[in-house]
Design a binder for this molecule. Sequence first.
Ligand SMILES: [Zn+2]
Length: 120
Amino acid sequence: MKRKKGKGKKQEKIVISRIRKLFEEAENIFKEDKKLANRYVSLARKLSMKYKVKIPTELKRRFCKNCYSYLKPGVNCRVRLRNKKVVYYCLECKHYMRFPYIKEIKLKRKLKIMRKNKKD
Ligand SMILES: [Zn+2]
């Protein structure tokens, strides 16, 4: 039986919303239980691998690519801006991650335009 494309997209949406939920849970539990927060991250990663769904960009910054700890800026991670890049420094494993800042600027611009269009 052939799989319909539409079904795949629908499943992808469900998986992404589950991933988002897991990150929400991780955020909520982080203060009380870091380990549990990390478990939620690993569950989200497993989901993304199992269904070959990419973790949304904004959530990729919420965990360390090296040790997969849930990262909370100011708690177990430092955030710095350098050369139009956002540098995340994981305090758990001393790993640096760099994200281009330009993308965020573009995204913000896009959102602004969208909002403007709505008003008009
Ligand atoms: Zn780390």
